[in-house]
Design a protein around this ligand. Structure first.
Ligand code: GLY
Length: 420
């Protein structure tokens, strides 16, 4: 452990003291909790990592990206990635549609520059009709990353109504026999009732909806879904299957397989990242220790894996066939880093989590990953892998890597914002 260990230990002690004090005095709102956690877990500013300089770089590149997106604009499309033909723009019903508006909201958070708010509002509202989309679990990603940020920033009652309607649409996919939310309606020749680990990311919208409406209906669905995932998605080593396919009639598991990983029994990196992040969010909202333990177990699987490279940016699958000559997945690293910054606030392993998240953020901010201004259509990060089995978006910039990278930078900035 490095020389700042005693400094870190003191911070953790302070965190525990403040938390136990507040528990007795106040009903903690999430905001207070995050403030306390970030205060107590603040890390020393790093010499090698100049957060302000990185934020300034990302702001310039996002401005360039925004200009390109505006230029390519037709039919309210949103940027997703790059392929052999150039910039890939997608309609609002694509699962990735919420990430670009989410980035614009986060850049507003990071810089306080009003231009980002204006831009965020414009692109968020491209997604309005998706509130009625009952055809995919991905409405959670789409709407909470866009309207969710917008609501937190503006308190708009219109955004609130849209989010509540979206929670209703998502909840309509819940099967009470299986106690699970169906992920996809596509690929019906392959699956009957597929539930993917990614679905843990949609719980946050349901938790938010119960908090806003006072109706426990949404939160209960999220808890049931999470408990089913906890029971069925994880292997003995706490890596997770990508897809668990169920029979709603029999209430049984049909099979456990992969869709985007290397093999049914392999550990697809982004899937592990979704699990880590999702169980952390569930612990935040419920304080159920089982969720904290699972998030810690997933973290242990990832951080102690022999195939996690020294720069902590995972290969696209921990069991990819030609390691180390395999593409990385910067998106998995960004999701894990952001998740670890939050998990550090709840876990006794804070020091380790903060150190690894910092290493990930530093690595992503080097020339190897962070694109030079004016390149790659303005995407922030290179080297993400979308869907290797389908030969799609391999070793390319992808919008969700940029989104979670900005979220991790934002969380890091808040950690640094309060002087110890
Ligand atoms: N949720 C789809 C993916 O992670 O690629």
């Amino acid at each position: 452990m490095h020389s700042s260990l005693s400094f870190e230990v003191e911070k953790i002690k302070l965190l525990k003291y403040i938390m136990s004090y507040l528990k007795g005095k106040l009903r903690l709102s999430m905001i207070v909790l995050v403030c306390v956690v970030t205060y107590s877990c603040k890390t020393k500013p790093s010499k090698e990592f100049n957060l302000e300089a990185v934020v300034s770089k990302t702001e310039k590149q996002l401005s360039y990206h925004y200009g390109i997106v505006e230029k390519y604009q037709e039919d309210n499309l949103l940027p997703r990635s790059i392929d052999e033909k150039g910039l890939v723009m997608v309609p609002s019903d694509d699962w990735t549609s919420g990430f670009f508006p989410g980035e614009l909201w986060m850049m507003y958070d990071l810089t306080d520059n009003a231009i980002w708010k204006e831009r965020a509002i414009k692109y968020t509202e491209y997604l309005e009709s998706e509130q009625f989309n009952t055809g995919t679990h991905d409405v959670g990603f789409m709407m909470y990353c866009s309207y969710g940020h917008g609501y937190k920033t503006t308190g708009s009652s219109k955004y609130k109504d849209i989010l509540i309607q979206t929670a209703k649409s998502l909840a309509s996919r819940y099967n009470p026999t299986l106690k699970s939310i169906r992920s996809w309606d596509h690929s019906t020749s392959l699956y009957t009732f597929p539930v993917i680990i990614d679905n843990m990311m949609n719980m946050e919208l349901l938790l938010w909806a119960s908090q806003e409406t006072g109706d426990p209906y949404y939160k209960n669905i999220a808890i049931n879904h999470t408990n089913t995932t906890l029971k069925n998605h994880f292997r003995g080593d706490n890596s997770s299957y990508h897809v668990v396919d169920y029979s709603p009639e029999k209430g049984e598991i049909i099979k456990k397989v992969t869709n985007q990983g290397y093999a049914d029994e392999s550990a697809w990196s982004r899937g592990q990242a979704w699990g880590l992040y999702g169980f952390t969010v569930m612990y935040r909202a419920t304080k159920d220790e089982a969720y904290l333990k699972q998030a810690e177990r997933i973290a242990k699987f990832i951080l102690s894996h022999k195939n996690l490279p020294e720069d902590k940016i995972p290969y696209w699958d921990f069991d990819a066939p030609k390691l180390p000559n395999e593409p990385r997945d910067a998106s998995a690293a960004a999701i894990i880093a952001s998740g670890l910054y939050e998990l550090a606030g709840y876990s006794k392993n804070s020091i380790e989590y903060l150190e690894v998240a910092d290493t990930m953020l530093k690595s992503l901010s080097t020339e190897k990953y962070l694109n030079k201004k004016g390149t790659k259509y303005g995407f922030l990060l290179s080297h993400s892998t979308g869907n290797w089995p389908r030969n799609s978006e391999i070793d390319e910039p992808i919008v969700y890597a940029d989104y979670y990278y900005l979220e991790a930078l934002n969380r890091k900035k808040r950690l640094n914002a309060i002087t110890y």
